[in-house]
Design a protein around this ligand. Structure first.
Ligand code: ZN
Ligand code: FE
Length: 277
């Protein structure tokens, strides 16, 4: 039986632990994984970075530098070769969807697509206070940058799922990833806002139901990302179980993603995933 982790990071990730992808793969082999996707954050276009309102030091933690990308692919392909008799390694990227910068993303994928056999398409930024803002950096940053801009979770959800939908239809060329990453990331800090209505609203639920039909039509997969289960203020998967079940009922393929940034993360939440398959 196939046992696949479709979303993992490496020692190249600037917000990671520094744990080696090699030791992470060895742990995954020990846990019986048959397939393992390495999906590092590629560098962002400089023009987009200039529009992010977070501090340059924080922005620098988001993704690889341009001068690391070749070394990353080299390492990933070495791993694929070295462990080929024990596990199928898929080499990919966690591509950021950056609205308005589709041409830059197409250029990145045109250059590196031939080295990729998998990938995740994720949204980590949305318009906020002062420009583009991190969605998932920290609770206080989310409050200052996103919550203050929209004023309510209802408004955040509406805008957020609108951009997720845009990502589904974006023309990013033939190497565009076919799996949407952690589609409910806007809920990451939900329990930090104790006095607010943070649960997904009826309107957003309708928006998500419509989106899921389109995901099915477009034959995309969803990352069923267990990282949120372990985040203090999230406590649920991305997407949460009820949305995952709607996706399943539509016949959408949900691929387990540990989103590991450290050795200890490998395999986390797989039991949960398996139980609800
Ligand atoms: Zn990461
Ligand atoms: Fe991500």
């Amino acid at each position: 039986m196939k046992k696949w982790d479709g979303h993992t990071h490496t020692e190249f990730c600037p917000h990671g632990s520094g744990d080696l992808v090699e030791t992470m793969i060895e742990k995954a082999i020990g846990l019986g994984f048959t397939d393992y996707s390495i999906t590092e954050h590629p560098p962002m276009p400089a023009a987009f970075e200039r529009e992010i309102a977070n501090s340059p030091e924080d922005i620098a933690t988001a993704a690889l530098r341009w001068d690391q990308l070749d070394a990353y692919f080299k390492k990933a392909h070495e791993m694929k070769q070295k462990y080929k008799d024990q596990i199928r390694i898929h080499v990919g990227l966690e591509v950021d969807f950056l609205p308005g910068f589709e041409a830059d993303t197409r250029a990145l994928l045109r250059e590196y697509g031939s080295q990729m056999d998998d990938g995740v398409l994720s949204l980590h930024f949305m318009p906020g206070v002062g420009g583009w803002r991190f969605i998932d950096f920290s609770a206080t940053d989310f409050e200052a940058g996103i919550w203050k801009h929209y004023g309510s979770f209802a408004a955040i959800q509406k805008a957020y799922y609108g951009i997720i939908r845009e990502s589904l239809f974006a023309d990013l060329g033939p190497a565009k990833p076919r799996r949407l990453g952690h589609i409910s990331l806007c809920q990451k800090f939900q329990h930090y806002f104790k006095n607010d209505q943070t649960a997904i609203t009826g309107a957003a639920r309708d928006q998500v139901s419509q989106l899921l039909k389109e995901v099915k039509d477009q034959q995309y997969q969803l990352d069923w990302n267990t990282a949120g289960l372990y985040k203090e203020f999230c406590q649920e998967t991305y997407p949460p179980l009820d949305i995952a079940q709607v996706a399943q009922s539509l016949g959408i393929e949900l691929i387990y993603g540990s989103d590991s940034h450290a050795l200890e993360d490998i395999g986390r939440g797989y039991n949960y995933y398996e139980k609800h398959q």
